[in-house]
Ligand binder design. Structure first.
Ligand SMILES: Cc1cc2nc3c(=O)[nH]c(=O)nc-3n(C[C@H](O)[C@H](O)[C@H](O)COP(=O)(O)OP(=O)(O)OC[C@H]3O[C@@H](n4cnc5c(N)ncnc54)[C@H](O)[C@@H]3O)c2cc1C
Length: 259
């Protein structure tokens, strides 16, 4: 069983994040890391591969430092990596990102299973998995909180607010997973050392047969029109308990429609 996991390198949410003048995300001067939600996708692929026979390939599309997302995934235990990197990709929107990912997945050898996170922690569009499945012509199941594979069929649990459903998809399929699905492992020392020897392919757009005119900011179907910095947090309200603390607290919660 060949599994491809799409992993994105994103600005660290703990850093001071912002936008460039053209409203694109400022990725320079901000520490980046493997999108935390994609760690669940890597972990799930590893568990499936470990339960049977399987090879896990991690794939990222992004600038040079996106290689760190591949490295971390290899340290967790993935077998090999692919990094699609090309200056023309900068500023690509979700449709273009899904196009590049789809062509890279085809070149990597049409896997039995593609696993993604439910959303990236920077763009949080949550649409790339569906676009990718459409481009690859695969059945897609999004927001999986449980995923098992047996006899060419993936069984997925999806949790809603009031009910859960279990669905099945025939392989090959694409599944996006939530943060409820597992507890991602930390890379062990052995894993960190082993990752240094694992193969990582670097592909440019030309290797995928994708034209530069199909991607990048100038060719995006969607554009960020305006960005505004979130106002600084205001100081909280202090309720002094003079015997009526409970009442004041209830008043505060109801006034602000918290209850
Ligand atoms: C090199 C590059 C530069 C970009 N620059 C900008 C920019 O400056 N400003 C801007 O607004 N947008 C930019 N984008 C586009 C944007 O960051 C997203 O890639 C795109 O809009 C998808 O939305 P999302 O990340 O919210 O994906 P979601 O749909 O939320 O992601 C869901 C899942 O799809 C997979 N996935 C998504 N993107 C990637 C990826 N690149 N590689 C591997 N897996 C992925 C992950 O598994 C992720 O968990 C850039 C994209 C690329 C590739």
């Amino acid at each position: 069983m060949n599994i491809v996991v799409c992993v994105k390198h994103v600005p660290d949410a703990q850093s001071e994040r912002g936008f460039n003048e053209d409203n694109t995300t400022d990725r320079d001067g901000v520490d980046g890391l493997l999108s935390e939600l994609d760690e669940y996708a890597v972990e799930q692929a590893l568990q499936i591969a470990e339960a049977g026979e399987g090879e896990v390939t991690v794939l990222t599309v992004g600038p040079a430092d996106a290689a760190d997302a591949v490295k971390k995934s290899l340290q967790m235990g993935a077998d090999k990596g692919v990094h699609v990197c090309d200056d023309a990709i900068a500023g690509s929107d979700a449709p273009a990102t899904s196009l590049i990912l789809a062509e890279a997945i085809k070149k990597a050898g049409s896997p039995d299973l593609v696993i993604t996170g439910m959303a990236s922690t920077d763009g949080t569009m949550g649409v790339v998995p569906a676009m990718l499945a459409e481009r690859l012509g695969l059945p897609q199941v999004t927001y999986a909180s449980e995923l098992t594979v047996e006899d060419g069929t993936a069984t997925i649990r999806r949790d809603g607010d009031t009910a859960s459903e279990t669905v099945q998809a025939s392989l090959p399929a694409l599944v996006s997973v939530t943060d409820q699905i597992n507890e991602p492992r930390y890379p062990s020392f052995k894993g960190i050392m082993a990752a240094k020897k694992k193969p990582v392919e670097e592909w440019a757009l030309a290797d995928l047969g994708v034209d530069a005119g199909q991607v990048g900011l100038a060719n995006a179907w969607t554009a960020v029109e305006q960005t505004t910095k979130r106002p600084p947090r205001e100081q909280g309200t202090i309720v002094t308990d003079e015997g009526d603390g409970g009442t004041k607290l209830a008043e505060f919660l109801t006034t602000h429609k918290f209850v």
